[in-house]
Each structure stands twice: as structure tokens, then as C-alpha cells.
Design a protein around this ligand. Structure first.
Ligand code: UDP
Length: 316
């Protein structure tokens, strides 16, 4: 039986990945300190006898010696606040988990001869001057602003991965994850899709920041999880970085209008101040993932949103 460690198991990505692996018979050790993750996400994992949960902070070295950490094959390091609302609320913890936490997970991976997937982010491209962004674009990131704690610590996390891979031959693969969504997003998450769908279903105004001309792309969770699995399974992914996201670009105003249409809401669109350093465009070049992993997303925004709206209706 393959044994995987998932950090951030109570989070959006972690809980969905854990469910998938457990369903396929994996043994899963889930780690979370329940800071931005939710214990209710773990409730759906607890019925699996091959699931074990460790409530711990991976920035503490003691995680390496935890008695459950034996015979590990795969490490998915997904822990970190990811929504601007939450990483800006705890900037120092965000920096620690992406740097010291990443080093600890690399140490664990090295000790067990395992392979690690590191969840990096499209944010490492900052406010990009090259469009779309391919993996060899170095980025345009501000060290002196509210997003820096996330962007720069994720970048340093990649440096740790590079060093362990090049100095110790540790097997590691890096996913630069672009905006991902599904009904698994907490309604209080603060990111655009969960905000718009929640607002539309409650009949509240949809809050577009700035003029809504900034762009993003949106990948449905199932496609993202498939990408992680392929990255872990592929020999050719070792020591490589992949953009993981949907390549179809939308303005935020287009997204607001689409959510309005799909929910048939009476809500209005209102305009709020654009947050500082909000990237103007963002779109992945996924040709590397297509050629090396044979992966590309299958679920279009309209379909994913339709599924999400139905599931959110039951939650609200
Ligand atoms: N945004 C918005 N209204 C919201 C939340 C976000 O217009 O209620 C915008 C935000 O300014 C950004 C884009 O939507 O331009 C995506 O924001 P999100 O927080 O989802 O993630 P980001 O890609 O900025 O990390």
C-alpha cells in the first residue's frame, strides 16, 4: 500500500487530494494545524481506516520524529494560507510554513527516500510583464507590499526544493498552481469565485475590485488533483516545475457577469477599491504539463461554476 503524507490536509486542496487517495486505497497521514484549514474537511476522511491525522505545526522540527511518520512514499506539501485575505492576516506564519515548513518536509522526504510535490503558486510571477507566463519566466514581484509575505516565501520554498534536489538528489516536483476552485472553497475564503457565488446566492452585491479588467484563469479542483497525481507518478517530473492551471483567461468583470447569469440572481455588481499590488493579468502557459505529463484541464468555467452553484445552494 502506498503511503502519502499530506500537509494542509484540512485545507481545500489537501482534503480533496486525501479523499481521492484514500478512495484508491492509499494510506494517508494528514497533517494540519487547523489555522486556515477546517476540521469539518477532516470529518469526511475519518471513516477511512487507512487515514491518520496529526494536528501539528510543520514549522516545528518535532514533526520529523512523529511516531506516525514511518515508511513514507509520497509527500504532498500543500500547507499554507492561500487566499490573500488569510495570508495577509497571518503574514509571519505564512512565511514560516513556506520556508521552514518546506525545509522540514524536504528533510522528511530525504530521510524516507520519498518524492515530494511542493505547492508553489502563480503568485511567484507577481505582476507579470510576460503574458502568458511559462515556467522559465522569472517574475516581477514586489518585496515591499501586502502580497510579499506569500509571493516571496513561496519563491524561497522553491529555492529549498532546488537545493535539496541538487545537493542531496531528493526527488521533488514543483506545481505552480494558478487559481483553483470548487464548492470545497469555504464561503469565507475571500477569493473571487467563492465571494461571487456566495454573494449571488444570498442576493448581495457582487464586489468587483477596481474596474474588473484584471484577468485570471480558473481550474476546477478535479483537474488540479489529476495534475498532482500525474506529477507524482511521472519519472520525468523529478526536479521540474510545472504550471498547473486552466489556460482560458477571463476578466473579473466577465466572471461576475457569468456568475450572475448562472445563478439568475437579482444581485447588482458594485465596484470597490482595487487592492494594492493586485496582478493585472495572469494566465499559464501549460505546454510543459501537456507534453511531459500528458495533462490539461477538462472542466470549463461554466461547467465548474454550475456544479459549484448547485453544491453551494445546499450549504447556504
Ligand atoms: N476580486 C474581486 N472581488 C472579490 C474578490 C477578488 O474583484 O470579491 C479580484 C481580486 O482583486 C483579483 C481577482 O479577483 O484581481 C482574484 O482574486 P483572488 O483573491 O481570488 O486571488 P488572487 O488571484 O488575487 O490571488
Amino acid at each position: 500500500m502506498t503511503k502519502a503524507v499530506i500537509t494542509g490536509v484540512a485545507g481545500f486542496l489537501g482534503s480533496n487530494l486525501a479523499l481521492k487517495l484514500l478512495t484508491e486505497g492509499y494510506e494517508v497521514i494528514g497533517v494540519d494545524n487547523i489555522s486556515t484549514g477546517r476540521i469539518s474537511n477532516i470529518d469526511k476522511l475519518n471513516p477511512f481506516p487507512q487515514f491518520q491525522f496529526i494536528k501539528a505545526d510543520i514549522t516545528q522540527q518535532s514533526i520529523l520524529d512523529n511516531e506516525k511518520m514511518v515508511k513514507i512514499d509520497e509527500v504532498y506539501h500543500l500547507a499554507s494560507p492561500a487566499s490573500p485575505k488569510w495570508y495577509q492576516a497571518s503574514p509571519f506564519n505564512t512565511i514560516s510554513v513556506n520556508t521552514v515548513g518546506t525545509m522540514h518536509m524536504l528533510e522528511l522526504t530525504k530521510k524516507h527516500g520519498a518524492k515530494m510535490l511542493y505547492s508553489s503558486t502563480s503568485e511567484i510571477y507577481g505582476d507579470p510583464e510576460i503574458h502568458p507566463q511559462s515556467e522559465n519566466y522569472k517574475g516581477n514581484v514586489n518585496t515591499w507590499g501586502p502580497r510579499a509575505c506569500y509571493d516571496e516565501s513561496k519563491r524561497l520554498g522553491e529555492v529549498y526544493c532546488y537545493l535539496y534536489h541538487s545537493l542531496y538528489d531528493t526527488r521533488v516536483t514543483v506545481a505552480r498552481i494558478f487559481n483553483t476552485y470548487s464548492s470545497g472553497l469555504w464561503q469565507e475564503d475571500g477569493r473571487v469565485i467563492s465571494n461571487f457565488v456566495t454573494q449571488a446566492l444570498k442576493g448581495e452585491d457582487l464586489t468587483v475590485y477596481g474596474k474588473g479588467s484584471q484577468t485570471r484563469t480558473f481550474c476546477y479542483i478535479e483537474d488540479t488533483i489529476t495534475a498532482f497525481r500525474k506529477m507524482m507518478a511521472s519519472e520525468r517530473s523529478n526536479g521540474e516545475i510545472f504550471n498547473i492551471g486552466h489556460p482560458k483567461e477571463y476578466t473579473i468583470l466577465e466572471v461576475a457577469k457569468l456568475v450572475k447569469k448562472l445563478t439568475n440572481t437579482t444581485s447588482n455588481i458594485v465596484y470597490k477599491e482595487l487592492p494594492e499590488d493586485d496582478p493585472k493579468v495572469r494566465c499559464p502557459d501549460i505546454s510543459k504539463a501537456i507534453s511531459v505529463l500528458g495533462w490539461k484541464p477538462r472542466i470549463e468555467l461554466q461547467e465548474g461554476l454550475t456544479r459549484m452553484i448547485e453544491e453551494y445552494k445546499n450549504q447556504i
